[in-house]
Every structure is written in structure tokens, then in C-alpha cells.
Write a protein that binds this ligand. Structure first.
Ligand code: LMR
Length: 334
């Protein structure tokens, strides 16, 4: 699952014999955009606790949730400058650096979460991490959020044609843009921190998010319809500043590695549990207020969405976009 060094073999830890007792203190700032009570937020908090324990306080981990420190648009630059040491942006946020990570945004590409994990843990996942490492970051782990659902304040989204003309907020992603163009909708890129007010004020009509992001940011309170569609996946790549990684003595690099491995294992479970738990809370809200209608798709309706949106795959066969080998490699992963 994890890194085998800071991605810079030449100067790998040549001065890393320092011990926990004698060496300097380090501060690791971890910036993310979601609430603390999400899979990413809780895993980040767990990582903080574990790394501080393992390093016996030599690394002070500071987690900044809810875009307090950086939005996703700014965080990768900040990480390069070592102004922040760790982040876990959604895959599409790497668009300018490694657009191929948008593989994970392709709708209906994965049969289920186990298939997705096999892709991440296998050859395709390793290739993608190597691309990020080549760009001067330390690619650590893939973290889940989960599958996305559609929501709207304008019209229930049951068939693809229902999306026609609706303004959908999307992350900055060519794949998501193509996905909504494929159903005649009007995609609008917007940072996560602006989605609530965008929905509330009607700047956008609709959105796609996993349940935990909907629940913790109260998007369901500013939408009338929620469609359980599981049409696409939202996940993250945890990245570490290379400069920071190289500055750590070997024993502390090991601690980072161990804390990250443990956090990653926990994160997958948290993602499954929180999305279930928070779905029930949204359902309670819908039942008690009557202000939200939750729609479940039949197999035929789901198939209609799949047919409408999966035709975009060939648009991304170019290696500078995603690449046919990666897309077919993911589809063929057993
Ligand atoms: C989004 O912008 O919708 C997501 O990237 C937010 C997140 O980090 O889950």
C-alpha cells in the first residue's frame, strides 16, 4: 500500500541515523476540505494520533479540516513549496499534474468497491502513484470516500434525460464535465467550500457527492431530491511533501509509513460505515421533515444512466488524458 522512500533514491536518508532522543522536532500540517466527521477527516485525525504516539511527540501533526488552510485548488502548489506537508485531494484535483488519475472519476467503471480496491492495490494503482512521484510528490495511499449519489433542487433525477439543462456542480474534472455533457446537463466547476451556498442560492441546481459529504455539509437540506445512483466513485490520494519527507530521519520515515498504513486500513472501514450511518440520518431527516425525496433506481433505470454516460470513455483513451491501457486495464482487473 505504501511508499518505499521519499521518491529520491540518490539522497535517501544518508544522514538518517539520528535517534528519537537527539533529533529535532517536526511539524506536519495536514490540510483537507471536508468535515472532521467524514472518512477522510476521521482517518486524518487517527493518523495524527498514531504518528504522534509512534514518534513519541517528535512529529507534531496538525490537521486542518473544512478548507481552513487551503482549498484543493491551492493545496498541491502549497505542498510543492512545503508550506503544507500532507493533503488528500480527490483524484480529479490532480488534473494539472497527473490527469490520468481521473481514471477513478469515470462513471460506472468499477463493478463494486472490491473491484475498485483491486485496481488501486494492483498494477494500475502503482502506475498512477509512480506518475505522481515523478512529479515531485510522495504518493502514499489511496483513501476511499465512496460512490456518489445525485441530488437536485429542480427535478427528480430518475432517467438520464431528467438531467437535461440542470446546472450541476462538478469538481474541476474533464471526465465529470464530459459525464454531464453526455446527458445534456450544464456542468459548473466550483470548489467544495462553495457548494452549500451555491445550492442554497440557486447558482447551481444539482450536484453529485457521496453520502458522507452530503450529510456533513448539509447539502440535503438545500436539495429537494436525492437519487441513490452509485454512478461514480470519489476517492483520494494521500500525498506528502517531498522536501518534508527528505528532511525526516529514517526512524521517523518509518513511523510515517506505519501510521499511514494503519490509517489507510481504518479509512476503508470508516468510509463504508460512515456512508451507511449517515444515509440513515439523511433518511430520518427526509421522513421527519418531508422536505427531501429519496429516490432509488430500478436496474433498468440504472442501465439507462450507464449507457448514457459510459460512452465518454473513448474520449479519454489519449495517454495525455487518461490512456486506453489504464482504462482497459482497470476494466480487466479481476
Ligand atoms: C469535492 O470537491 O467534492 C471533493 O473533492 C471533496 C472531498 O474532498 O471529498
Amino acid at each position: 500500500l505504501l511508499f518505499t522512500g521519499c521518491g529520491d533514491t540518490k539522497k535517501e536518508n544518508n544522514e538518517s541515523q539520528t535517534t528519537k532522543q537527539t533529533a529535532e522536532q517536526f511539524v506536519l500540517k495536514f490540510s483537507h476540505v471536508v468535515s472532521a466527521n467524514t472518512p477522510k477527516g476521521q482517518a486524518a485525525d487517527f493518523f495524527e494520533k498514531r504518528l504522534e504516539e509512534l514518534s513519541e511527540g517528535r512529529i507534531d501533526v496538525q490537521v486542518y479540516p473544512s478548507s481552513q488552510l487551503y482549498t484543493d485548488n491551492a493545496v498541491l502548489k502549497a505542498l510543492k513549496l512545503d508550506s503544507v506537508q500532507m493533503a488528500a485531494p480527490a483524484f480529479s484535483k490532480f488534473g494539472k499534474i497527473v490527469p490520468q488519475l481521473a481514471l477513478f472519476d469515470l462513471p460506472f467503471l468499477f463493478k463494486d468497491i472490491d473491484h475498485l480496491h483491486r485496481v488501486q492495490d494492483g498494477e494500475v494503482g502503482q502506475k498512477l502513484k509512480d506518475m505522481v512521484t515523478d512529479k515531485g510528490y510522495v504518493a502514499l495511499s489511496f483513501w476511499d470516500n465512496g460512490f456518489k449519489q445525485l441530488s437536485s433542487s429542480q427535478k427528480p433525477l430518475v432517467l438520464p434525460e431528467d438531467a437535461q439543462g440542470q446546472k450541476f456542480r462538478i469538481m474541476s474534472s474533464k471526465v465529470l464535465e464530459a459525464q454531464f455533457h453526455a446527458v445534456g446537463a450544464n456542468p459548473q466547476m466550483m470548489p467544495f467550500s462553495e457548494v452549500y451556498s451555491g445550492l442554497q442560492q440557486g447558482v447551481i441546481d444539482a450536484a453529485e457527492n457521496p453520502i458522507s459529504n452530503i450529510y456533513t455539509k448539509k447539502f440535503h437540506e438545500v436539495q429537494k431530491y436525492l437519487t441513490i445512483s452509485y454512478h461514480g466513485y470519489l476517492g483520494y490520494l494521500v500525498v506528502l511533501s517531498k522536501k518534508f519527507c527528505n528532511s525526516l530521519p529514517a526512524d521517523l520515515q518509518e513511523d510515517v509509513k506505519q501510521a499511514m498504513n494503519e490509517a489507510t486500513e481504518k479509512e476503508r472501514q470508516l468510509a463504508a460505515d460512515l456512508n451507511n450511518e449517515q444515509f440513515n440520518l439523511i433518511k430520518e431527516y427526509a421522513d421527519s421533515t418531508g422536505k427531501l425525496e429519496i429516490l432509488h433506481l430500478t436496474d433498468e433505470q440504472k442501465e439507462a444512466w450507464r449507457t448514457a454516460v459510459s460512452k465518454i470513455y473513448p474520449e479519454f483513451y489519449d495517454n495525455n488524458k487518461i490512456g486506453e491501457d489504464l482504462i482497459k486495464g482497470a476494466l480487466a482487473t479481476e
